[in-house]
Design a protein around this ligand. Structure first.
Ligand code: ZN
Length: 393
């Protein structure tokens, strides 16, 4: 197998220089144009499906599909997102430039997720030179993952543009094969009061004080939700052996001035599901708990679900998982286990259509979403080689 990484590092460097931050999406088209040229350069078939037709903001959302055609009817889907979070503050290195230091490459998106795109292109480049390829490969490069992926992988799934025996969402760790992702629910609770002058509190109903017993109740709910357990092992460093349910109050907003009692107090939360759970039942359970809480304390409060990510799950014993683990073992020179992920990812859009696993170059210390994000080139190599092995006879 090949060991040089010069192609992947050079491609990664070109990708990091194109700002594809999800907040503006301004670099999406340039990125797409660049990757279409790169795919053609490698002799691969490539098509762009722009989800602009479904975008309420009218902005372009190019989804790029690259095909490696093999004389077989088996097809593997690879999905990797190209949007990044904005660069943010506190960098030691230039965020929109790949800085190479030894075995590491620093830059926004160098790891999440352009490092995986580099690994995928490296694999396709190598496979395109071989004659004994046993799987067609469809590589989907998609935008908007950092905001839920509805116009990215979600769009391709809705349009039925991805058909395969299985998929690898390239957005995970090289040390484990992810077979389940946690679902996520974001919600808002608005506690109503009656605003007034703080000098005359007897004429007002303070929603901040009303929120106190509600917050106590939500803290209890964290414990209740924390008792839920998945069958899948948690990632290393977790406080529990198996993936668990979570509920966290993450924002409180009320008031504008010291001497004004506000009209309302808003509480926002993040709820996480085990991979085997159902969104509707988890939300239903919470709604019931919330209503009882509101009734018990005689509050005026309503609950709004703002956003949700479906959990995904596939049987860890599925033949595709076992075969992929074999390929990883070959590339990494040691065995890796299966785990459930504590976050959500693009697997939510396709796991119902085909068995979907997550694997990639992201490690716990890669600083993804933070300053000085970096990828280890050795991990790019591992991911690339595992993909090559998985697709070769
Ligand atoms: Zn990612």
């Amino acid at each position: 197998m090949i060991s040089s990484l010069s192609y992947e590092v050079e491609l990664l460097s070109r990708m990091v220089e194109i700002d594809t931050n999800v907040a503006t999406g301004e670099g999406y088209r340039e990125f797409a144009k660049h990757m279409v040229e790169e795919a053609r350069h490698l002799g691969l078939e490539v098509k762009v499906h722009d989800a602009v037709i479904e975008a309420t903001d009218g902005r372009s959302r190019p989804n790029i599909i690259v095909n490696l055609n093999a004389p077989t009817d088996r097809t593997l889907i690879l999905a990797a997102h190209y949007d990044t979070v904005p660069p943010g503050e506190g960098w030691r290195y230039e965020p929109l430039k790949l800085t190479v230091k030894g075995n590491r490459g620093y830059g926004r998106g160098a790891c999440d997720n352009k490092g995986d795109i580099a690994a995928a292109f490296g694999a396709l480049r190598e496979l395109s030179k071989k004659s004994q390829v046993k799987r067609n490969v469809v590589l989907a490069l998609t935008p908007d993952e950092e905001v839920g992926g509805e116009l990215g992988l979600g769009f391709l799934a809705r349009k039925n543009l991805l058909k395969g025996e299985g998929a690898v969402v390239m957005d995970g760790s090289p040390e484990a094969v992810v077979v389940g992702t946690s679902g996520v629910v974001w919600g808002s609770i608005m506690v109503q009061g009656v605003g007034g002058h703080a000098g005359y509190p007897h004429t007002a109903v303070n929603p901040i004080e009303k929120a106190i017993p509600l917050l106590e109740g939500l803290k209890d709910y964290s414990r209740i939700r924390g008792e839920k357990r998945s069958n899948l092992p948690s990632p290393p460093g977790s406080p529990f052996e198996r993936v668990w349910g979570r509920f966290t109050v993450t924002m409180i907003k009320a008031g504008v001035k010291e001497n004004v009692i506000p009209n309302s107090c808003e509480i926002r939360f993040d709820m996480r599901l085990c991979p085997e759970e159902k969104l509707s039942s988890a939300i239903g359970e919470f709604r019931k708990y919330f209503q009882a809480l509101v009734k018990r304390h005689g509050l005026k409060a309503n609950l709004t679900i703002l956003k949700q990510w479906t959990p995904s799950y596939i049987d860890p014993k599925h033949p595709l998982v076992e075969e992929f683990r074999e390929a990883v073992k070959w590339a990494l020179k040691r065995e890796v286990g299966v785990i459930g992920e504590l976050g959500a990812n693009d697997a939510q859009h396709i796991y119902r259509q085909m068995p979907t696993i997550t694997y990639g170059v992201i490690r716990g210390d890669s600083n993804i979403h933070g300053a000085d994000e970096y990828v280890r080139f050795r991990d790019v190599q591992t991911v690339r080689d595992a993909l090559i092995k998985f697709c070769l006879e």
